[in-house]
Design a protein around this ligand. Structure first.
Ligand code: BTN
Length: 234
């Protein structure tokens, strides 16, 4: 675990680390009370007013084929931290965390390249704690407060990081297989008919499971299809 930086306000904790990655050590974590330009997947806005947990982790290591699975390890770590609070957390592939079918956390992973060479990965996490503006999110969302749970922001951050760093060495060495069983136990969409959108491409099918590589297996009209990336809609 590296340095922990706390900011009252920042545009985006992901942007903060991406800009400074050259001078910050591996494992640096930055969290902010609010973000003025919080970003979500697929260029969406991540509403980031006071009351939520907004943090990013800087991972400076040589490129490794298992790097995409680190978001799934992070999502699982969030589930563990929520379960410690007595909640039942579920995973929406690839890395959203839900409680009672509503989103409570999302993860944005961004690679930093220089002259096309991989330098670092920034993993950014938002967790809804006590915000009151969840109706602006654009999809069913919930928060710890709405679920009747109270925890200090930094305590939640430290619990999530504890689980993340615990699983990190094994995941980097052996990949998604090290969390496959734990991920599957919390995987909500098994057996459901879903659509997966990536940009302007949408694939529909019946969810067969998550493969030992962390990819989504869909039975489509064209046969069994392995999906590497996308936004799942039930
Ligand atoms: C998503 O579900 O679309 C991903 C949301 C990720 C939000 C977090 S908040 C901390 C970090 N900084 C950002 O600008 N985004 C991520």
């Amino acid at each position: 675990m590296g340095d922990l930086l706390h900011l009252k306000e920042v545009d985006s904790t992901n942007t903060y680390l991406k800009i400074r990655q050259g001078s910050l050590p591996h494992g640096t974590v930055v969290y902010a009370d609010r973000q003025t330009a919080g970003r979500g997947r697929y260029d969406r806005v991540w509403v980031s007013q006071t009351g939520g947990l907004y943090f990013s982790v800087l991972l400076k290591q040589p490129y490794n084929p298992f790097l995409p699975n680190l978001t799934q390890l992070m999502a699982l770590s969030i589930c563990y931290a929520l379960e410690e609070l007595g909640l039942t957390a579920a995973l929406k592939w690839p890395n959203d965390v839900q409680v009672n079918g509503k989103k409570i956390s999302g993860i944005l992973s961004e690679a930093v390249l220089e002259k096309n060479i991989f330098q670092a990965l920034v993993l950014g996490v938002g967790i809804n704690i006590s915000q009151t503006d969840l109706d602006q999110v654009g999809q069913p969302a919930t928060s710890l407060k709405a679920l009747g749970k109270t925890i200090q922001t930094e305590d939640l951050l430290l619990r999530v990081l504890h689980f993340f760093w615990q699983g990190y060495p094994a995941l980097c060495e052996k990949g998604f297989a090290t969390i496959h069983a734990a991920y599957n136990q919390r995987f909500a969409a098994l057996g459901k008919q879903v659509s997966v959108r990536d940009g302007d491409k949408t694939i529909s099918g019946l969810v067969q499971g998550v493969s030992p590589r962390g990819t989504l297996l869909l039975q489509t009209a064209q046969g069994l299809t392995e999906i590497y990336i996308g936004d799942l809609q039930a």
